[in-house]
Ligand binder design. Structure first.
Ligand code: COA
Length: 248
């Protein structure tokens, strides 16, 4: 079964993470698939809005930790970083629907979305420091811009999670609703019926203030992130996760 499932309804493309037994943890192959789908969607005149969602009870547990250990990204050309670049530069509206856990990139990718819907079950976390890593996806710039330095520092440095209402209040999520899926699809359709050039230009204008700064930050984050992946601190944290079952 496809771990990234793409479906089309008129001018709306929906990309679903489909690895629920592993909490939709994202592998290199999945990043590659997401990257290709977004790239194609950017150049396809028939697609006007993209929805990112997940199958099962969780949005995603973030990057696959086994991949971090066995096949870590070695440079900016790696699939994960290329996916983030594509997301950052994606010209058309991106709508996300979050339920359950949204860990790591599951939260940071939302900073690149234009409208985020969540159910009450949504729980967000960016435990990069706890894993011996650093923030990615431009989140070290975009998150403090959204919530202020001290709140961002608290969340990054402690690795603590927060719920749907807090996410809405901080502006990471637009709408919290039990029928997030239905509302999100209705909005995607509504936006797709708007004049497309005006939509694309408006999104570009909304992002123009921060776009270049985020590109630069993502480069620096990427270098630090790749270095951190090789560190003893990260290895220790990954081992702790992968050997959990043995201690039960
Ligand atoms: N990478 C690889 N596998 C993962 C994963 C990840 N990031 N997150 C969860 N899984 C797998 C588990 O290994 C488990 O697989 P198994 O049944 O074969 O053992 C399955 O998904 C279910 O996860 P489990 O941990 O048993 O669920 P839980 O409800 O007890 O805990 C989380 C949920 C999200 C709190 C926990 O899975 C977790 O902390 N995951 C890691 C999150 C993370 O640090 N991501 C990287 C961010 S940069």
């Amino acid at each position: 079964m496809d771990e990234i499932f793409a479906s089309r309804d008129g001018a709306v493309l929906t990309l679903s993470l489909n690895r629920p037994l592993k909490m939709n943890a994202i592998t290199r192959a999945m990043y590659g698939e997401l990257l290709r789908s977004l790239h194609d969607a950017a150049g396809d005149f028939g697609i006007r809005t993209v929805v990112i969602r997940s199958e099962g009870a969780n949005f995603t547990a973030g990057n696959d930790i086994h991949d971090f250990m066995d096949a870590p990204p070695t440079g900016p050309e790696s699939e994960g970083f290329q996916f983030l670049q594509e997301l950052h530069n994606f010209p058309k509206p991106l709508i996300a629907i979050v339920q359950g856990n949204a860990v790591g990139i599951g939260t940071t990718m939302l900073l690149h979305c234009d409208v985020v819907f969540a159910t009450q079950t949504a729980r967000f976390s960016m435990p990069f420091v706890s894993l011996g890593l650093v923030p990615e996806a431009g989140s070290s710039y975009l998150f403090p811009m959204l919530v202020g330095h001290q709140r961002a520092a608290r969340i990054f440095l402690t690795g603590e999670s927060f719920g749907a209402e807090e996410a809405r209040e901080m502006g990471l999520v637009t709408i919290v609703a039990d029928d997030a899926q239905e509302q999100a699809m209705a909005m995607a359709k509504q936006i797709s019926e708007q004049p497309p050039t005006a939509v694309i230009n408006t999104k570009a204008l909304l992002k123009s203030r921060s776009h270049e700064a985020v590109s630069k930050v993502m480069e620096v984050e990427g270098e630090l992130f790749r270095m951190a992946l090789q560190s003893d601190e990260a290895m220790e944290a990954f081992m702790k996760f992968t050997t959990r079952g043995e201690k039960k």
